[in-house]
Design a protein around this ligand. Sequence first.
Ligand code: ADP
Ligand code: ZN
Ligand code: ZN
Length: 827
Amino acid sequence: MSERKTYFVDVILPLSIPNTYTYRLPFELNESIQIGIRVIVPLGKSKLYTGIVVKIHESVPQNYQVKYVESVLDDQPIVTANQFKLWKWISNYYLANIGDVMNAALPSNFKLGSETKVSIHPEFDRDYSKLSDQEYLIVEAVELQDELTLKEVSEILQIKTIQPLIKKLIEKKAAIVSEELKAKYRPKYKSFVQISSELKTDDELGIVLNELESSSKNKKQVETLLRVVQLTNWGGGVQIPVLKKELITAGASDSSLATLSKKGVVEIFTAEVTRLEELNAEVSSIKELSENQYRAYSETKTLFETKSVVLLHGVTSSGKTEIYVKLIQEALDRGEQVLYLLPEIALTAQLINRLRHYFGDLVGVYHSRFNQNERVEIWNKVLNNDQNQFRIILGARSSIFLPYQKLGLIIVDEEHENSFKQYDPSPRYNARDVSVVLAAQHNAKVLMGSATPAIETYFNAKEGRYGLVELSERFGGVQMPEIQCADLVKENKQKTMKSHFSSFLLTEMEEALERGEQLILFQNRRGYTPLWSCEMCSWTPQCKNCDVSLTYHKSANVLKCHYCGYYLSPPSTCGACGSHKLKMLGFGTEKIEDELAVYLPNAKVKRMDLDTTRAKDSYATIINDFERKEIDILVGTQMVTKGLDFENVGLVGILSADQMLKFPDYRAFERSYQLMSQVAGRAGRKSKRGKVIIQAFEPNHWIIQKVMQNDYIGMYSQEIVERRNFNYPPFYRIINIQLRHRKRDVLEFGAQFFAQKLKAVFKERVLGPEVPMVARVRNNYLQNITIKFERTASAQKVKDIIMQKQHEFLAEYDFRSIRVVIDVDPQ
Ligand code: ADP
Ligand code: ZN
Ligand code: ZN
């Protein structure tokens, strides 16, 4: 670019604003500017942000004074042209600000804003000689304070644009963006045990042992010490420290270890374990496909010749994953990159082992709970189409945002799952649907897989938009599980219920345990009891910020709001009439866990729900324990339904089918079918037919019948008629507009006003405003307006009008403070 010419750049900022900003480029940066690189730019009085250059031009902005770009961060683009196109598409389709899309797309290490906090990298080797003078000064300042914002660093050191220096420090592993510290560096440390390094010879150890053995009180300590010797492979002072957890599993006693450590015989210390060391996977060749799998695989390939998307509808345990693996191998052989999308971060834990087994380091995991340095590392390797690492990305929805260069195949596993859709914050995108657009950019193929496809997806396949491949047998000829119903009306009448367990289920559980099988119990509700209620006046304790009743959590002994986290101690008397007669209604996973201790006291029970899986690795731990048969019964919410593969599950119990069926949503039947079939599919996967028991007050409900008959197509055929008759997707599209405000009257008035504006154009396609089931969340009142329009209409036109009307609405003085949340294709 010419040296003395005046250029302007359009920049996307990581802020929730609709447009790009234009800045003037100082002459000295003319040579270094490129589309796709980061620049530091000022905004407002004193703030600096990292933005991405999307356009370089010479047209002088009218109407306002342009500011200058402060500096340039990269010598090469970090965002590709394809990515910009995808961001634009998402912004346009989901009616999201481009800055929000950028925020969702870029790892936060890339976005060094004034408010970003930095600290010293925990692995910084304190080799100050590799730092420049200015870098050294920054490190010194941050070391003193533990943590500083970039703005503070810049003020202390009197350097205006601090970001390029911070970027260098991050690259040199001297500094780190603080928000990730907590996420990354806690779970990586584990307790190890070794024999004291004071003991150097067998004789010295012998003396210690003799001393301990001289008193019978020390029997446990002696046993524990011998375990340590055994598991550390100790010999003449040479040893490998052993995980404390492993020792305890092998029979060592925790308290003896503590005593031995006090006596100086063993040492207990914490050290870092890297994930890769733990995995230690060997690469092996991929499995030979069965005849059925091979047919499905070749049909898929044939269909890919004419279709870009294929749906693989294969029953649970039909071996879909092995088919994916073969297609992945072929894409790799062609030098292409592969994206393997999963609905849930949690699921990556089990699948990564399986894929590493075949592909070793070529697989990388990418999701939002992953630490930032690794995310940036993966980003760069994908950007450069590295041939040795991360050519397969296994990830949750945010992995559609990586800078693919040569994407060949996208697998969308469990495509029916609604967690592919992001609800908060904006962009409210569905990664499954975006993946089709992403694939088109690269001329790549999409394979969607599910045992219970979403109605929309199956419809697309039936209509010929997608290819369709059916796989209706389990691998190895294992039969589909036998599904039976426990009639709760009958059992209640005959008084054979034991709390929430029918005698039918309880007996089957006992028998399965006796046979040494494992069990899964599914209850779609967490906590202990969802409802406390006064027997005299029906009063229930409510959240003070939201219009919902509080759920009792026994282990914490609190009543908790699942919307905002508010909690209080359980009251002993009714808040309305003062009566002491408070009863608990309903039940959640915690109560089931509790009651199992009464009815099946010898079984080892673990619970898997949102409450037990908050820590980063807790989900993987539960799954591992279950795989290693250290758990007999796993009780869980829908988390236990999703694509897990266990060998030894003989029985699955679904505790209350009715609850799901009654949920007031047009998808309730579809969802219930999917949930029940998926959890049932966990039963009897290897070599043996499993059993499923569904507890229901309405065992003849048609959905339950379809689940029992394993008749997806029957369910689909009936459901699609309803969708057509009542104008729901896939025949109609839905856009939800939620309005939020702290004052109920302002909101109600505003919602009426907005709905009228929309009705003037869209007529009867506008529903509402109406109060949602939960009418107030975090002290904000809510009102919903729904727009349903024909699939044949121009979605773009509809959206343009909505944006126009929103603009006019928010321009009204009274309504400026109302928050408008638009959700396209809500789930
Ligand atoms: P799905 O993904 O359809 O639920 P999986 O791919 O998990 O099914 O397969 C179910 C089980 O069968 C797994 O334990 C898998 O290892 C095994 N399996 C599937 N295909 C083969 C094959 N071709 N050879 C050997 N084992 C297989
Ligand atoms: Zn609340
Ligand atoms: Zn009362």
